[in-house]
Design a protein around this ligand. Structure first.
Ligand code: SF4
Ligand code: SF4
Length: 169
């Protein structure tokens, strides 16, 4: 049986592209998923704006450009799965493993993570550099936006599992 949750990043990306081609053949019948995708996109945009206002982009890009890629290490690439990658394809992101240093995540580009819908672990992770320089209010707003994204992304994943009759993790 195909496994959507394990294997190499390249295998997961290939599976996600295959599901995406199936989606493109059937897209007219899944209006509810399109609505859910739009909701997810809006919440990711709100989260991204807030992260930008906190200066996280510069902080993480600088950190990630150092040897090892900050917290975006090769090990973290294992947190991706084919369904989460499929959601990014549906959101219009071009997903292919990028040229990368051996110890860095292969989805880390020059502008940061290429995903809009990130693996749950990555979405939830805020290191001490971030926590120490943010105000309580900024962290509270960050958690609120993250929680909205997580809720919508999880709902989207559940819908896709049902539509494609995929095994859940
Ligand atoms: S979350 Fe922290 S460790 Fe990870 S890239 Fe950003 S600053 Fe670096
Ligand atoms: S998937 Fe994105 S956020 Fe997660 S480790 Fe890779 S580059 Fe970093």
């Amino acid at each position: 049986m195909l496994n959507f949750y394990s294997g190499t990043a390249t295998e997961k990306v290939a599976l996600a592209h295959s599901l995406h081609r199936t989606w493109e053949r059937q897209h007219n019948i899944h209006g509810t998923v399109r609505d859910a995708l739009q909701e997810l996109r809006l919440s990711v945009e709100a989260l991204t704006l807030h992260m930008r206002s906190m200066g996280m982009n510069q902080l993480c890009c600088h950190c990630a450009s150092r040897p090892g890629g900050g917290c975006c290490s090769a090990l973290m690439a294992d947190n991706t799965d084919a369904i989460q990658i499929l959601i990014n394809l549906l959101l219009g992101i071009v997903v292919e493993p990028l040229p990368h240093k051996e110890d860095a995540c292969c989805f880390l580009g020059e502008q940061g993570c290429l995903f809009l819908a990130k693996p749950h672990f990555c979405l939830n992770y805020n290191c001490s550099h971030i926590r120490n320089r943010a105000t309580d209010q900024e962290m509270k707003t960050l958690y609120r936006h993250t929680s909205t994204v997580l809720g919508r992304q999880t709902r989207m994943e559940t819908q896709l599992i049902e539509i494609f009759h995929l095994p859940s993790e």
